[in-house]
Design a protein around this ligand. Structure first.
Ligand code: XBP
Ligand code: MG
Length: 261
């Protein structure tokens, strides 16, 4: 039997995984954009939890406009409105993040710094807008932090959103690594599906919003990276990650996520 491929890269999702950004970051920024445009739309915490099933801010607003508000705009007018709303929402989000409204989840900074010291490569695979990622990394890890990541796959580079595995495939291609040389970090059902359908083993750290998602395809489920599943008093180390990577079977890559046409 061939030797197992050693772990060479960590690929991080952003929203929910690096930081719990949705409730107090994105949701608040969407509401600010709605108010700025004179709309009486408001997403409370519970409604936003439902809307998170739609990946991508523009797609989420389009779903809400059509399904919740029965908005009878012509397609072109709706598309133009959503584009303006999303630009405004991104501006509000970046301002909030730069002002320190969002913090990294436990253990994220420690593991990223350890991985850099030990020569593991780092990448981002996200559905969110590139400006949001840069703002978050700079506000939490320092102005040079975006440069720590060899590859950043965001909504700008890959327009097809998770659960489609496209962003993971794109990132692996740019890293020039096979899927089994990487380990993904995700927080949601869509994210776990995207990573594993690309053949990447996945560690999942759910949030309050995603705890009820189907996360069964993940190799390991953790409360967060500062709590080892066998001993919550112990943090998760790079050696733990290497062990889980070696022990978990490599997920079977699929062309498209299960259930898609
Ligand atoms: C999370 C998303 C994004 C954000 C909002 O992405 O689905 O749509 O909620 O950001 P991930 P945008 O978990 O893959 O990081 O408004 O920029 O889409
Ligand atoms: Mg996520």
């Amino acid at each position: 039997m061939a030797d197992p491929v050693p772990l060479q890269a960590l690929i991080f999702d952003v929203d929910g995984t690096l930081a719990d950004t949705e409730r107090d970051g994105h949701r608040v920024a969407f509401n600010a954009a709605f108010a700025e445009h004179g709309l009486d739309w408001h997403w409370d915490e519970a409604l936003y939890g439902e809307l998170l099933q739609v990946a991508g801010g523009v797609e989420r607003m389009a779903h809400y406009a059509q399904r919740h508000r029965g908005l009878g705009l012509a397609d072109d007018d709706l598309a133009a409105l959503l584009k303006r709303l999303h630009a405004s929402k991104t501006r509000h989000y970046v301002q909030r993040v730069a002002a320190g409204a969002v913090r990294l989840r436990p253990g994220v900074e420690r593991l990223i710094r350890e991985a850099r010291r030990e020569g593991l490569r780092l990448a981002i695979a996200t559905t969110t807008t590139r400006d949001n990622v840069i703002a978050l990394l700079q506000a939490t890890l320092g102005t040079d932090a975006p440069g720590w990541f060899d590859v950043m796959g965001t909504a700008q580079e890959v327009t097809v959103k998770k659960p489609d595995p496209a962003v993971y495939r794109w990132v692996l291609e740019r890293l020039r690594l096979p899927a089994d040389a990487a380990l993904a970090f995700e927080d949601s059902g869509h994210g776990v599906t995207a990573a594993t359908c690309a053949g990447v083993r996945c560690v999942v750290t759910p949030t309050a919003y995603s705890a009820g998602d189907d996360l069964g395809a993940a190799a390991v489920r953790l409360a967060d990276l500062d709590h080892h599943p066998d001993d919550p008093a112990r943090t998760v180390t790079l050696d733990d990650l290497r062990r889980w990577h070696a022990a978990a079977p490599c997920p079977l890559a699929r062309v498209a996520p299960p259930g898609s046409a």
